[in-house]
Write a protein that binds this ligand. Sequence first.
Ligand code: SF4
Ligand code: SF4
Length: 611
Amino acid sequence: MSTIPTHTFPLFVVPFLIGLLFISVWLLFLFLKWIGELDRNGLVKFGQNILTKKTLRAIGEVFMESLLHRKLFRKNPLLGYMHMCFAFGWFMIILIGKLEVIAYSGKITARPYVAIFFKHFVSPEEKFVRSGMYSFLMDFFLLMILSGLFLAALKRFRSKTLGMTHTTRHNRIDRWTLAFLWLIFPARFLAESIASGSEGYSFLTGQTGRLLASFLPVQQMEIPFWWIYSIALFGFFILLPFSRYMHIPTEVAYIFLKNWGLDKRRVNRGFTNFEIYSCSRCGVCIDVCQLKTQAGIGTVQAVNFTRDIRSGSLCEEDLKNCLMCGRCNEACPVGIDITLQKQMYRGQFARFDKNEFTYLNTPTPAEQSTVVYFPGCMSSLSPGIEQSMVKIMEQAGEDFKVLGDEQRACCGRPMLLSGNTEAAQKLIAFNRDFILSSNAKMLVTSCPICYKMFRENYQLPIPVLHHSEYLLQLAETGKIEMEKQQLRMVYHDPCDLGRGSKIYDQPRQLLQQAGTLVPSNFERENALCCGGSLGNTKINQASKDKITKHLVEELSAPNPELLATACPVCKRTIARHSSIKVMDIAEVVAENIRKKTIQPNVKEEFESLLK
Ligand code: SF4
Ligand code: SF4
């Protein structure tokens, strides 16, 4: 074992040490403050789960997402590689650097700057256990970071090369922080190469050092380059908390909190802060937002929203100009639930009149039935859906009750989306009482908006089914049968049914029994919004039309004879711009149902007679 000289304390390590101390203290205080703002439930979960398997799961997720950037890799391999180079490469350099110092000195308590400036303290001529391997690995990961740096520069100046049409603008602090970040690794590369000088042997810094030593006075250059490296680290650490790069430490903490089950959110408090500050401003959410790509509205995307909260400049107009389609949630590599965050922040601007909905008195008990069918307010605008459902349920011999206009109120989701939680609660209470009074075994709805609302906010003791699930059940149990037609169909996934409730397969399985389903370019998680969203209270009709027309173009591209969907809002919105016929799946099923389906009970009786 060799000893790192204890008497040497080169002055150039001072900026690095100050920066390290500053960022450590800052993060400790800030994170403790946010944790202190968690509600009681959050604090209990925090305490209960910290020493459980959930922590191991969180470590795995940090490794896969914060270091390897797996999700980003899947969406955009080049961008994923770029982020991985910085995160994983830097992590490995810190880790291997620490191991290298231990291997050299035999101690784990070396001063924190030794691993960072190792080549200043230990000349390449000094050999120790596996010194060649350490040199190789350090060079390998440094090269990896430098390749990421090259891509980052490409992204900054020619973003389309990395498959990004729109990127984010850096403010002045971001620009300085980025400059320091970009300086760290070239400075380290040159400082290590120069320190190796003519004795270097590792493949990157060693060979570069030999080359430089052949025509430059490297001995005089070493200390200035270590200074540059140390100052770059200092600048990055000092500016990090005030820049977009704050996401680096915050995302790690956010992943742990998520895995420990924390999810209660309050505006500007606790968990919400961890989520908002985890946004890396990568800009992935810009290109997926149809308000940007179709309507040219560029101030409302998720990346703007998180920035505006951080800077305290969130405005009502932008907050309410959002389709709440969830395309950005799906795309976000960090997994930020933007629509839920927006819904919560909208509450700050909500105005609730206590006299609203006073006409909702205690409902008279509903007639008893096995299935309660809740068409949804929007189905009133497209009565064919309700009529089709009634026809199918009658043919299937179901014991059902349709909740008519006078027996139901709006499910409350538009109120919730606008942040008007109090009004939503009134509607929920009214509908819930009425549904429960029917003693039904199942609630079926045709509206994905109501469906999501019933499942997430009503706490009903009975199963809630979207009509696509229910109709598939009827088909699978033989209660209905369909005639397969020579009909080419494209299916459009409604936002709240697909991304919002993960119902992708059931509508497709049903449609395949009625005709041939052909794929479109935007399907399942990647489906486009129709533009008719009830969640956007600020968009104008012209912008809506642009969004719908683009969707119709995409759906029509495979030349279908029918556009099918599973939402009354989507159906109505698409039909306004489509020359191809548009139908809800309930209408498709009703039109193709075999007229003389033998009821299962009739079939059983018939079979028993034959015995
Ligand atoms: S919200 Fe997500 S996708 Fe958008 S910039 Fe932030 S991290 Fe990237
Ligand atoms: S929810 Fe949809 S409309 Fe709103 S910002 Fe995200 S992608 Fe854009």
